[in-house]
Write a protein that binds this ligand. Structure first.
Ligand code: PLP
Length: 449
């Protein structure tokens, strides 16, 4: 590898970074991260900070998980790649698919379609949902419904169901036949409703109204994150997802739970659907499936959908969809090791316990700093929404957000800024002392503005 001066001088010049303006990255180059150890990452200047971002919601096991590293190295030696397309398979992919259907048995998942990441998983679910209806002779069911503020990755299908203009506007026209309903977000919603349960009912009613308007028999599926992550950690009341399931059942609409963030413990349970006691028809997973050590994702398929595909005698049943890296043996080996560690360490329980401590810290910060308009949390996913004025809820500006996050970095904690939200999604292995450290760094950051 070239020397440090080369990296620092070259930095953002040859790369276009995701979710950033190329010119902005050139003017204000990103931090270069060189090492990771436990829950800490070290930048090119040798500064070590607690990673309260957990990579990108994914490094649940931290940076020193030797069993995953060993599994990757062993699999690389045995077989670095073979295809999972028709006619061939690999040991780790078979084993991981088997494990996943055991793990997500309470959610009713019975089959796995491997992908290379979350966007691929969403795309797969959307496509298989349409195919399901073609097999069932209801080819008019092509539309998708989704939540405003939802995030479902960046492929055209995913961007179409995304509920945030920032990820849509520059890429329109998107998929036709996609419609959005308000998210159950107490801080900002069109009903001015602050009671979470009442708001959940209003949003469920909006879903029913949209279905009535569109015609239920034109809708293939409704997609939602059980807890909305990238949209600013919006936590629906526990009645919301069951209500959605009920409405979908009534109109025979498939329910896709996008669990790319909430899968594998982050929200304090093994999935967001399990948290709500809901069995979706598809679950999309990625990120923590390998704890970020290898790009891998999967679309899990529920029993009802699997039966229809597997019993198909029409010309519609063959899956004309897949990725070169579907079931990558190294990724699946990494996944097997990551899941074994995740289970052994009961990361769901640690996320729930540390999440309660983090929530108390965030409420304390809100009480002390007027700039904190709202705090939202579930398990170890959390957001602080910063405002310049609590009465008007005017979002804090970009400069303010940068000052807070830089000051927190100086205080030893990496944060992520998304719009006027500070997003927290630390590794699920964090300790109580780590939670205190995150709180102190946030306090230092917020005290600067
Ligand atoms: N779905 C959700 C809920 C996500 O949070 C993300 C990414 O953050 C995606 C899908 C897309 O995943 P990926 O970035 O791996 O393509």
């Amino acid at each position: 590898m070239r020397d440090i001066n080369f990296l620092t001088e070259t930095n953002a010049k040859p790369i276009w970074h995701p979710m950033a303006h190329p010119a902005e990255m050139r003017a204000n180059p990103p931090k270069i991260i060189m090492k990771g150890q436990g829950v800490t990452v070290t930048d090119i200047d040798g500064r070590s900070v607690l990673d309260a971002v957990g990579g990108l919601w994914n490094v649940n096991l931290g940076y020193s998980c030797d069993p995953i590293k060993k599994a990757i190295a062993d699999q690389l030696s045995a077989l670095p790649y073979y295809s999972g397309f028709r006619g061939t398979s690999t040991g780790p992919s078979i084993e991981l698919a088997y494990e996943l259907s055991e793990w997500f048995e309470p959610e009713g998942m019975v089959r796995t379609f491997f992908t290379s990441g979350g966007s691929d998983s969403v795309e797969t679910a959307l496509r298989l949902a349409r195919q399901y209806w073609k097999i069932r002779g209801q080819g008019d069911r092509t539309k998708f419904l989704a939540l405003k503020k939802g995030y479902h990755g960046t492929h055209f299908g995913g961007a179409s169901v995304n509920g945030n203009a920032n990820f849509r506007r520059n890429y329109e026209p998107l998929l036709p036949g996609v419609f959005h309903i308000p998210a159950p977000w107490t801080f900002r919603n069109p009903f001015d409703e602050t009671d979470p349960a009442r708001l959940a009912k209003l949003c469920a009613k909006a879903l029913e109204d949209e279905i009535a308007f569109q015609g239920g028999d034109t809708i293939a599926a409704f997609i939602m994150e059980p807890v909305l992550g990238a949209g600013g950690v919006i936590v629906p009341h526990e009645i919301f997802m069951p209500l959605v399931r009920e409405i979908c059942d009534h109109h025979e609409i498939l329910l896709i739970a996008d669990e790319v963030v909430t899968g594998f413990g982050r929200a304090g349970a093994w999935s967001g659907s399990r948290l709500s006691g809901v069995k979706p028809d598809f679950m999309t997973i990625a990120k923590a499936i390998t704890s970020g050590y290898f790009p891998l994702g999967a679309t899990l398929i529920g029993g009802k959908v699997a039966e229809v595909f597997e019993a198909d005698k029409t010309s519609f049943g063959s899956i004309g969809h897949g990725y070169t890296y579907s079931g990558h043996p190294v990724g699946c080996a990494a996944g097997l090791a990551a899941l074994a560690e995740t289970k052994r360490l009961r990361l769901d329980e640690n996320a729930a316990a540390r999440g309660i401590e983090l929530a108390a810290v965030l409420e304390g910060l809100k009480a002390r700093h007027a700039i904190v308009g709202d705090v939202r949390y579930k398990g170890l996913m959390a957001a602080l929404e910063l405002v310049s004025d609590r009465a008007t809820k005017k979002p804090a500006d970009k400069k303010t957000m940068a000052v807070v996050s830089e000051a927190a970095y100086e205080a030893g904690v990496m944060l992520r800024v998304s719009g006027n939200n500070i997003i927290l999604s630390p590794p699920l292995i964090i300790s109580a002392a780590d939670v205190v450290k995150i709180g102190e760094a946030l306090d230092a950051g917020l005290s600067k503005v």
